[in-house]
Design a protein around this ligand. Sequence first.
Ligand SMILES: O=C(CO)[C@H](O)[C@H](O)COP(=O)(O)O
Length: 236
Amino acid sequence: MLCNNSNNQSDIDKKMAAEKAVELIKDGMKVGLGSGSTVFWAVKKLGEEVQKGLEVQAVPSSVETQKWAEKEGIPLFTLKQGEMLDVTLDGADEIDKSFNIIKGGGGAHLREKIIAASSNTLIIIAEKRKQVQVLGKFPVPVEIVPFEAASTLHRIASSGCRPELRKNNEDLFVTDNGNYIADCFYDSIYYPDLLHEKLKSLVGVVETGLFVGMADKIILADGGGVHTYTPEKPAG
Ligand SMILES: O=C(CO)[C@H](O)[C@H](O)COP(=O)(O)O
């Protein structure tokens, strides 16, 4: 899935966004590490900084990210009850103009959402081409329990989508949590908050890949450079 050197524009953009975000990591910080090929570059850069003496501790959101972090010599830890991460860096599959996000292309969105919810600041890093007017071109990944998955898919379809169980070659894709992913194909998603609530209310659904109003900073890169956005958050 990943390149070890940035040899095309997509990789260059991912790397630029990731490295910009790592500049915001300071000594003593507790850092959440998301998943995916953009986060790969962040882990690599953070590893370089750790080798130079930066003192951080991190929580990885997937087995794959954990392996990368261990390889880079980034100390890992587990949050205690009530303990917060200072910042989480994570990628995105689609970002709308209000900075609502679809994640879970790698099937890691449950753990990603857990670390995002345990972070004082969530920074999303991505190629600028992931930004759209309205969410919906990318199917919404929904993690579901394997037990009687067909009946859960039927309930999910009632939310107005065509759900497909994600495959890994001939087998079903299984998440790090032992669950399945239903990729849900909608037309335009105008109310991602309502859709998230509806999906979460269905028996058998564990978590959706809709991250609504969660990002504190979005760093997007393209051939023209790196662009940083700070979404307005509702008061309270
Ligand atoms: O949500 C994710 C994994 O579950 C990733 O952050 C998302 O799929 C983006 O990945 P990439 O940086 O490889 O484009």
